[in-house]
Design a binder for this molecule. Structure first.
Ligand code: FMN
Length: 172
């Protein structure tokens, strides 16, 4: 019987989702993969917001810079993303539609500034036909609009690690 293989793919602008991905990785192992756009993300928050909204309005799927090697070998896939405008960032939609997710088990996780995740998790489900999508994990991340970038550090990182652990235990 082939061994179960785990992928932890994440998209992250200011490091919070990356941090959660690393905490998951420390607990479940597997391979980490950073989803990156071909065009670098704008440096300023305002520009990013404008671009994200335009991409969402046009349902544009930005080209990605990298691909997961041997994707077909993975059966369990953790997908992490920030919340952008109460929705899934379009680069993550690009990622999900780049692969055949049929038969995969997906564990979605997201960070946000505290305003909620909106349509994000439903979008992941819709973009993963034929996959089993497990209950999601939502973590409070930064608030770049208010100047808060990476916040999952120190005591708060330990708190987030516990939330990750509880989520993993509940959904094994
Ligand atoms: C373009 C943009 C739009 C955002 N929209 C939302 C939102 O609708 N709701 C929310 O709670 N946070 C929103 N945020 C905040 C991010 O979801 C939050 O800071 C997240 O932790 C960032 O993850 P990262 O550090 O991995 O990039 C937005 C951030 C950006 C850059």
């Amino acid at each position: 019987m082939p061994q179960s293989k785990t992928l932890i793919a994440y998209f992250s602008r200011t490091g919070n989702t990356k941090e959660v991905a690393q905490l998951i990785h420390a607990q479940v192992g597997g391979d980490l993969f950073a989803i990156q756009t071909k065009q670098p993300l704008p440096a300023s928050f305002e520009e990013q917001k404008t671009e994200a909204q335009a991409d969402q309005d046009a349902n544009r799927r930005p080209a990605l810079a990298n691909q997961v090697p041997n994707f077909a070998e993975y059966d369990t896939i953790y997908i992490g993303t920030p919340t952008w405008d109460m929705a899934l960032p379009q680069p993550v939609a690009s990622f999900l539609t780049s692969y055949d997710l049929q038969g995969k088990t997906i564990f979605p996780f997201a960070t946000n500034a505290g305003f909620g995740t909106g349509t994000l998790f439903n979008q992941i489900k819709e973009l993963a036909p034929g996959a089993t999508v497990k209950p999601s994990l939502t973590i409070k991340g930064g608030n770049e609009g208010a100047g808060q970038k990476l916040v999952i550090t120190g005591d708060y990182q330990a708190e987030v690690n516990q939330q990750v652990s509880d989520w993993l235990t509940a959904n094994q």
